[in-house]
Each structure stands twice: as C-alpha cells, then as structure tokens.
Ligand binder design. Structure first.
Ligand code: VGL
Ligand code: ZN
Length: 196
C-alpha cells in the first residue's frame, strides 16, 4: 500500500499568509491530481495555540527568524501562524480534501515545536501517524506540501526511520528557503530517501 502525506497546505503558508512560502499556491493543482495515484491519502495541519513558544511574539526583544533555545532545543522563531481554529490554519481553499482519510494536527503543545507529522521536535510525543499507516498496511510513503525545508523534510526523514520506503515529490512541494532545502535534500538522499 502506497500513501501520500499532504503536509500543511494551509492558508498561512500561502502567498498573502503570515508565513508565506514563495509560490506555495502553485503546488495545489498538482497535489489535487497526484492524489489519484495513492491507496491512502492523509493530511497534516500545523495547529498552534496563540501563545506558542515558536512565535517571535512570545519572546520580547527577538525577531522572526532569530534562533533561540526553547526548552533545550534549538528553535527558529516564526511569525505567528496557523493558530488553532483561525482562518489562517484552515486548509487552502483550492486543496481538494475529498480523498483525505485522516488529518493529523501538530504543534499543539506551546512548549515544543513540531515539524514532523510523526513526532514533535524533541521526539517526546508521537502523533500516532506511524501506527495508523502500519495498521493500513502501508509500506511506501510519498510526502508533498509545505514547507519543503521544514515540515516536509522532517516528516520524510521520520518516515524513513519508521521503516517506510519514502520519497519527497519535488514538484509538489516548495521551500521557505531554497538553500536550506538543497542541504536537507542531500541529507535525505544520504539516509536512503528518494526525490521524485
Ligand atoms: C512549518 C515553520 C513553522 C512548516 C511549520 O509547515 O514547514 N514551518 N511551522
Ligand atoms: Zn508552525
């Protein structure tokens, strides 16, 4: 069984959103068509409380994109984004979600960020996605969505480590920063991942 994980295709990550990924909207029609090639489609939503620790607004004197230490982990500070229940946290209107069988939300604990769909950044808590995919007899996972250099990359690495044959669908993802994604792509390939 082959599964597609659609990562964080949410309003705040699209042009005009608070943490816009350049050309993030251009992958949506591609993802809509791509879904037909999979036995199972799941999606994730970045889903933060308004006072999430990854927001620069919660750290007086710091600015978005600064790096700090948050509860012992290195943390990039972001503009406020994907606040639970807000319009910015909703799926992109153009995304076809009819085939999405389950939605996994992450980043709900204000003390720790969560880029991967499988675990928070400290691997303290699992989302249950691994067990869900195993219960559905998935052996191969393809990852698409936003952003390529953060949530897509970390989801793909954890998928590999969970034992799934894993690929990133490059035409169906966009990075926040192109150089960051180039470096991470290299690491992913070295770990045995594939880029489609
Ligand atoms: C993401 C930064 C902060 C992502 C989420 O979806 O890639 N990036 N929160
Ligand atoms: Zn986030």
């Amino acid at each position: 069984m082959k599964a597609l994980i659609i990562v964080d295709v949410q309003v705040d990550f699209l042009p005009g959103g608070s943490l816009a990924v350049p050309a993030g909207d251009t992958i949506i029609p591609i993802i809509n068509v791509l879904q037909k090639d999979y036995d199972l489609v799941v999606a994730t939503q970045d889903w933060h409380p308004a006072d999430h620790g990854s927001f620069s607004s919660q750290h007086p004197g710091s600015a978005a994109y600064d790096r700090i230490e948050l509860n012992g982990l290195e943390q990039v500070l972001w503009p406020d984004h994907c606040i639970e229940g807000t319009a910015g946290a909703a799926f992109a209107e153009a995304l076809d979600t009819r085939a999405v069988e389950a939605i996994f939300r992450k980043g709900t604990d204000k003390k720790i960020d969560s880029y991967s769909a499988f675990f928070d950044n400290g691997k303290l808590k699992a989302t249950g996605l691994q067990g869900y995919l195993q219960a559905r007899a998935v052996t191969e996972v393809h990852v698409c969505g936003l952003a390529a250099d953060y949530c897509v990359y970390f989801t793909a690495v954890d998928s590999l480590e969970a034992g799934f044959k894993t690929a990133i669908v490059s035409r169906a993802t966009k990075p926040i920063d192109k150089t960051t994604f180039m470096d991470k792509k290299e690491i992913f390939l070295q770990k045995g991942g594939r880029i489609l």
